[in-house]
Design a binder for this molecule. Structure first.
Ligand code: F6R
Length: 240
């Protein structure tokens, strides 16, 4: 596992965008694994700027997002589909048909999750997966627990995550209590993973990533088992 410690959020965003741009340049029809949340927004801004400047093109790129609330409509401004359209897809030359998110309105969520894993596999697997990290160490919506789930699945959100995400909703009651999320195996299927973290609220979780331990009470520590993971964080998250 490699650590890149940056001076500030902008540096994290630039570094992450450079790594993603290199993957796109090397393989114009690559598959991106994308994340929502506040952390990758700066990276998406950098990618938009590179696309507008003609440095990279998304015309043949496909994307699969990590997760989506359940239940939620794609038109709800708190859905992750809405977030991705607003923060990235509407501003780049990607074909919307090539952008994939789990369906927050799926009648049969289990079938939806199974089909999602199959679709990623059929597309050839994710070339680069972008991850944020919860302050409790969650990645995607794989929350701390005694056991973690390997494939994409429906899950309940912890009180901590509902509390953290309530900043985007009018009140905590309105935060959906469930989500569909890529599982640990789905994430580990990516050939390359970058995890972005900024701010002191992530320092506890990152400290455990820096230790030698692997534990399901901090799902991000399992990333130590993957052979191509880069953590890009600022000094506050690194604990300096
Ligand atoms: C989002 C996701 C979550 C976030 C995490 C950090 O798709 O899967 O695991 O990455 O909750 O969120 P922020 O970046 O808002 O601190």
């Amino acid at each position: 596992m490699k650590f890149i410690v940056c001076n500030n959020y902008q540096e994290i965003s630039k570094k992450a965008a450079e790594i993603i741009a290199d993957v796109i340049k090397a393989k114009p029809d690559c598959i991106l694994g994308l994340a929502t949340g506040s952390t990758p927004v700066g990276t998406y801004k950098e990618l938009i700027a590179m696309n507008k400047a003609g440095d990279i093109s998304f015309k043949t790129v496909k994307s699969y997002n990590l997760d989506e609330y359940y239940p939620i409509s794609p038109d709800n401004d708190q859905s992750y589909r809405y977030f991705m359209n607003e923060n990235l897809f509407n501003h780049i030359d990607i074909d919307m048909a090539n952008t994939h998110l789990l369906d927050g309105e799926a009648k049969d969520p289990d079938a939806e999750c199974k089909a999602y894993d199959k679709a990623i596999e059929a597309a050839g697997g994710i070339d680069i997966q972008i991850l944020g990290i919860g302050r409790n160490g969650h990645i995607a919506f794989n929350e701390p627990d005694e056991a973690l789930i390997a494939p994409t699945h429906k899950t309940g959100l912890t009180a901590d995550t509902i509390d953290a995400n309530s900043r985007f909703f009018e009140s905590a009651d309105l935060v959906p209590k469930h989500a569909l999320t890529m599982g640990m195996a789905s994430i580990f299927g990516a050939r390359k993973i970058i995890l972005l973290a900024n701010g002191a609220s992530k320092a506890e979780a990152i400290k455990e990533l820096l230790s030698d331990e692997i534990k399901t009470s901090n799902p991000s520590t399992l990333l130590k088992l993957h052979n191509d993971v880069t953590i890009i964080c600022d000094k506050e998250a690194y604990g300096e």
